[in-house]
Design a protein around this ligand. Sequence first.
Ligand SMILES: Nc1ncnc2c1ncn2[C@@H]1O[C@H](COP(=O)(O)OP(=O)(O)OP(=O)(O)O)[C@@H](O)[C@H]1O
Ligand SMILES: [Mg+2]
Length: 213
Amino acid sequence: MILLLGGEKGGTGKSTVAVNLAVWLAQVGADVVLIDTDYQRTASNFIDRRNANSDLPRVHCVEKYGNVFDAARDLSKRYGEVIIDAGGRDSEELRTALASAHLLYCPLKASQPDIETSIHMNELVKLARALNPPLQSRLLIAMGPTNPVIHETDDAREILTELPEFVLSDVIIRDRKVYRDAMLEGRGVVEMNNQKAAAEITALAHEIYGDPT
Ligand SMILES: Nc1ncnc2c1ncn2[C@@H]1O[C@H](COP(=O)(O)OP(=O)(O)OP(=O)(O)O)[C@@H](O)[C@H]1O
Ligand SMILES: [Mg+2]
């Protein structure tokens, strides 16, 4: 399956979720490749740090820019799982990745500015579905406050009514320092000593890939 982490807002946690899911897959023995389509190279830099440590299960990573459609479809024939990390803007990479993907996760904060940029994303998904009808799309609240507030579910419902092309994920990724620490170490949070973050990524992975146990 081709999973795309994409959206038009920068800094919402796309690369963080992409690399953490790739590590989770590597840890359960799946054959996974990351496609980094962002010139900022967040995912590629992570993989360089990770693969310098030979004790960790290796994750393959390919950098591809411009039209990524053929690369994504070709890699999906060679690997069990493909994860595309797209930069936080409307781009050729994002549009061609949307045309190739089976599933889009669009991380966002449950805040008004994020909701507003997602309205245009909703239009892009609608266009992408015209070319790629099986495309499924979910919104994921990422960097949610660790102190859950009552408004959050109301905010989420509000997002959904404004964005009919999306379904809201059941999982919330919360703002935890361990996500930043793990990124610097080239590790997934499932390889760190933080059960709450590991449980979030595991729940998200189960939502996407099912429970391998
Ligand atoms: N759940 C989280 N908890 C704490 N910090 C996080 C979390 N997710 C991401 N971050 C941090 O927030 C910043 C932005 O995250 P990330 O690079 O994953 O976002 P992005 O959506 O890929 O950004 P871009 O649009 O620039 O590609 C990074 O410093 C990252 O370490
Ligand atoms: Mg990124």
